[in-house]
Design a binder for this molecule. Structure first.
Ligand SMILES: C[S@@+](CC[C@H](N)C(=O)[O-])C[C@H]1O[C@@H](n2cnc3c(N)ncnc32)[C@H](O)[C@@H]1O
Length: 299
């Protein structure tokens, strides 16, 4: 099945719109990438949900998401619990457990390292420089295009390959018997390797008022207080979808996921509750569409 329309964004409450089977038929979406409002914290900037009620609020939404996701699809949930009363909140952990009961497999937790996190001093912790990107699926066998996110092998290789021992050419039991040593020679002459699960983006760009992209530092407090960088949904879109697949963000904000999908020739669908962010998303998407059209006319 296909969604009623692709390359479209809806203004409204995703807890209502997602339940509309004519818009979102069963098993119609390949990938969901989203960052919902975190509990309480940002109450002034957009709809906040109390941490005690967060799981209760989110479960009907994830119930619709599991319905509309294709069997081989993936759901990436970007979220991070804030500290409260001197300790970390636990609602994200509780949510994971409840979503597993709903039928989701919790496959992986990617850690997004935020190089630009705000410096400061806290009495009982250091600055928070990472966020969770939880990977959920409906089956353990799902679509994953690992070659699309390979990274340069890095400087370590040059040094390591200069001093190869006999053991580096076979798979062997390590000296302390604790693990199987790797055949290092497998990496010889390789320029690219698979990445690890900590996401560090050299540069982070955010969308801003139809100006397509600016650096994070320039835009972080302008139109939307919780925009994620274009690089974040892009990475997951390349890893878990292919061209023409349908990518959904039910908490679209300024449209970052839709723009990333568009730039990678995927179809986007988004939902945003607030009029100002909806308009912002429209502007951003429209701007990118214009640029892409102009570029394709040149070819
Ligand atoms: C963390 S922000 C997403 C930011 C987005 N990733 C970006 O890069 O701009 C969450 C967004 O969800 C929206 N939102 C909150 N509750 C919603 C709901 N029930 N349905 C749809 N959108 C909602 C908020 O207005 C906010 O723009």
């Amino acid at each position: 099945m296909k969604p009623k329309e692709l390359n479209i964004i809806y203004k409204g409450d995703c807890s209502i719109l997602l339940a509309d089977k004519s818009l979102f038929p069963d098993k119609s979406i390949n990938l969901i990438v989203t960052s919902p409002p975190y509990a309480d914290k940002r109450k002034n900037s957009y709809q906040g949900v109390n941490s005690d009620k967060y799981v209760e609020w989110f479960l009907p939404i994830s119930d619709q998401l599991i319905r509309i996701l294709k069997d081989n699809g993936s759901f990436i949930l970007n979220i991070k619990e804030h500290p409260s009363n001197g300790e970390r909140e636990t609602y994200v952990l509780e949510l994971i457990l409840e979503m597993k009961k709903q039928g989701w497999f919790w496959i992986e937790e990617y850690c997004w390292y935020k190089k630009n996190s705000f410096p400061g001093k806290w009495p009982n912790r250091f600055r928070d420089s990472w966020e969770r990107c939880l990977h959920f699926t409906k089956k353990k066998d799902f679509a994953m295009y690992q070659d699309a996110v390979k990274v340069p092998i890095g400087d370590w290789a040059e040094k390591r390959f200069k001093s190869m021992s006999e053991n580096d050419f076979i798979r062997h039991i390590s000296k302390n018997n604790t693990h199987l040593g790797r055949n290092v020679s497998n990496w010889l002459n390789k320029k690219k390797v698979y990445p690890h699960n900590v996401l560090v983006f050299e540069e982070e760009h955010r969308l801003y008022l139809g100006n397509v992209v600016e650096t994070a530092a320039d835009t972080s407090h302008k139109n939307h207080s919780a925009i994620f960088p274009l690089e974040l949904p892009t990475w997951f879109i390349r890893l878990f979808s292919k061209e023409n697949d349908a990518v959904l963000d039910p908490f679209l904000g300024s449209g970052t996921t839709a723009v990333a999908a568009l730039l990678h020739k995927r179809k986007y669908i988004g939902i945003e509750l607030k009029t100002e962010y909806f308009s912002e998303a429209q502007k951003n998407i429209c701007e990118v569409e214009k640029i892409m059209k102009k570029n394709s006319n040149k070819i």
